[in-house]
Design a protein around this ligand. Structure first.
Ligand SMILES: NC(=O)c1ccc[n+]([C@@H]2O[C@H](COP(=O)([O-])OP(=O)(O)OC[C@H]3O[C@@H](n4cnc5c(N)ncnc54)[C@H](O)[C@@H]3O)[C@@H](O)[C@H]2O)c1
Length: 247
């Protein structure tokens, strides 16, 4: 059983889906939680769940694309929790369309949230981690960032960028005892994938050796491992949680 007692974990996009599941897994392992999403109201349900797990927890309404709001939120988190040991950059969006139909706004939106948002939070979290000379940063990428996907050039570019950010920051922060890793989920059942037509999910599942879509918990348990002491010699890696879809 992984132990995260005494650790403070920040999770972005914690209100639902994979972020909610990550928050439950880290709090079950004993971490105190700072939960971030666009509005504090949307986090009330998860707050109740992590508190029931015994965590000291706080909620923070913050748009991670807003640099000043992120800086103010991390100041608030440090005032309330005194430390940040674990950062999970999970918040993400899609704006799918074929490239020829992609507007400049829709090209930029996933890059701003998925990549610049992670940059903003990493920059804010790494200061206290450097002082502590330890920390864990886990970026939620996607297999699409490795293999591409028609209709998702913007999203794939943002996730490939996140993998580049992961490797570069792993090199920059390694000497301070901070590890940085990415997780690349395959197809996971959440609101993000809820709109896919039945025929598409059936076809996708046929190409997954484990024969099913992933669950948010499948991603969350990999995050809990990478956040633990036991993963202390792993950095700069991208761990695929995809049922064997990409290999
Ligand atoms: N579901 C999948 O199949 C899948 C596959 C690979 C990767 N991922 C990645 O996993 C992560 C979570 O995905 P999910 O399926 O749980 O998505 P989701 O849409 O269910 O949840 C995303 C959460 O992020 C929040 N969010 C969005 N923009 C934000 C912003 N600017 N500031 C703060 N919060 C913001 C949303 O409000 C929402 O609560 C994303 O990064 C996604 O790209 C998902």
């Amino acid at each position: 059983m992984l132990q995260l007692n005494g650790k403070v974990a920040v999770v972005t996009g914690a209100a639902r889906g994979i972020g909610r599941s990550i928050s439950l897994a880290l709090s079950t392992a004993g971490a105190d939680m700072a939960l971030i999403d666009l509005t504090a109201d949307s986090l009330q349900g998860v707050l109740e769940e992590v508190t029931a797990n015994g965590s000291q927890a706080s909620v923070h309404g913050c748009d991670i694309t807003d640099t000043d709001a992120v800086a103010a939120t991390f100041k608030e988190i440090l005032e309330q929790h005194d430390a940040v040991h674990i950062l999970v950059n999970n918040a993400g969006i899609t704006r799918d369309n074929l490239l020829m139909r992609l507007s400049p706004e829709d090209w930029e939106a996933p890059i701003r949230t998925n990549l610049t948002g992670a940059f903003n939070c990493t920059k804010a979290a790494v200061r206290p981690m450097m002082r502590q000379r330890s920390g864990r940063i886990i970026n939620i990428a996607s297999v699409v960032g490795l293999i591409g996907n028609a209709g998702q050039a913007n999203y794939a570019a943002s996730k490939a960028g996140l993998i580049g950010l992961t490797k570069s920051t792993a090199k920059e922060f390694g000497s301070r005892g901070i590890t940085v890793n990415a997780i690349a989920p395959g197809f996971i059942t959440t609101d993000m994938t809820a709109d896919l037509p039945e025929t598409v999910t059936q076809k996708l599942t046929e190409n997954i050796p484990l024969g099913r879509m992933g669950k948010p918990e499948d991603v969350a348990s990999a995050v809990a491992f990478l956040a633990s002491e036991e993963a202390g010699y792993i950095t700069g890696q991208t761990l695929l949680v995809d049922g064997g879809m990409v290999m």
